[in-house]
Design a protein around this ligand. Structure first.
Ligand SMILES: Cc1ncc(C[n+]2csc(CCOP(=O)(O)OP(=O)(O)O)c2C)c(N)n1
Ligand SMILES: [Mg+2]
Length: 294
């Protein structure tokens, strides 16, 4: 008999083949089990799993606005507390990067400040995918999106990726971890850890999007692994504001290995000056190696 936890996200949803959001949701539910309540703002995950009157969710699920996801989670926690049921049912907010880093950040800040006992999972596919690949605060440097298109005047998004784990850490969260849908065991372990930790906890899952990033649907895991292996996506855990665990990488691969597989970075290999721009991305990876002791 397999010890693999049951998947509580039913198949037949409208996710793309190779969809990273479906993987993130599946792993989060595998870690959480049946006794959980999911709060899910608008975005690809919500749209593809709940076309009325259907639902793929085999656990209690509520749709929130971008703006109030963490406030809804706070209210559910307060209600369970009032009923004397806190500590058993896991409360999991699961939002995209646009929802988490940009539009919903105020209510997230409030919920973490108040110290509600819940887990927030950010599914970071690095743009507003559901509305057509607009740039978000999580879009990496030099990625081309529909609102930061590469062309005559720029090489794409000119701002660095916002450091959301650091922002959450500044709120005094007891447990924060970065992970990736390309590492299911890692993600499941970290979500479990977040669920078991009392207080507001945060999981930031890197999630390669076949449609928005422009790669073959079979390559989600390969690309997710390359982000980690090039040191562009450091995987770490923080307890009470201190980094306690880091996933070491032996010989970091050159960032080109990761960039060349994606349409959103294609211009770096075709436009004049692209080589210099790739070097700037290599600097970001090299800095991660030093900063995180990878
Ligand atoms: C306040 C608000 N602004 C904009 C929208 C339109 N909208 C719906 S889905 C979406 C994209 C969400 O992006 P993200 O949170 O990164 O999730 P993804 O679809 O990428 O998984 C947007 C902008 C909205 N529903 N509400
Ligand atoms: Mg997104």
């Amino acid at each position: 008999m397999s010890s693999r936890p049951k998947s509580l996200l039913a198949p037949g949803h409208r996710g793309c083949a190779g969809c990273c959001d479906a993987m993130a949701a599946k792993f989060t539910l595998m870690a959480s089990g049946e006794d959980c309540i999911v709060i899910n703002p608008t975005g690809c995950l919500e749209v593809m799993t709940t076309p009325y009157p259907e639902s793929s969710w085999e656990v209690p699920w509520i749709h929130s606005l971008f703006e109030n996801t963490a406030a809804v989670a706070s209210g559910i926690e307060a209600a369970l507390k009032a009923k004397g049921k806190i500590g058993k049912t896991k409360i999991i907010a699961m939002g995209g990067d646009g929802s988490t880093l940009d539009i919903g950040i105020r209510s997230i800040s409030g919920a973490f400040e108040r110290g509600h006992d819940f887990t927030y999972v950010c599914i970071d596919n690095e743009a507003y995918m559901n509305t057509g690949v607009q740039r978000s605060g999580a879009t990496p440097f030099n990625a081309s999106t529909t609102t930061s298109p590469a062309g005559k005047v720029s090489f794409g998004n000119q701002r660095p990726k916002k450091n959301m784990p650091a922002i959450i850490a500044a709120h005094g969260s007891p447990y924060i971890a970065t992970t990736s849908v390309a590492y299911p065991k890692d993600m499941i372990r970290k979500v479990k850890m977040a669920n078991e930790t009392v207080g507001p906890t945060y999981i930031h899952a890197h999630a390669p999007c076949t449609t928005g990033w422009g790669f073959d649907t079979s390559k989600t895991v390969e690309i997710g692994k390359l982000a980690v292996e090039t040191a562009l996506w450091p995987m770490f855990e923080m307890e009470d504001g201190e980094i306690t665990k880091v996933r070491k990488i032996k010989n970091p691969k050159p960032v080109e290995d990761y960039l060349k597989m994606q349409r959103r970075f294609k211009h770096l290999f075709t436009m004049k000056g692209g080589e210099e721009e790739i070097k700037k991305i290599q600097v970001i990876a090299d800095k991660n190696v030093v900063d995180f002791g990878l």
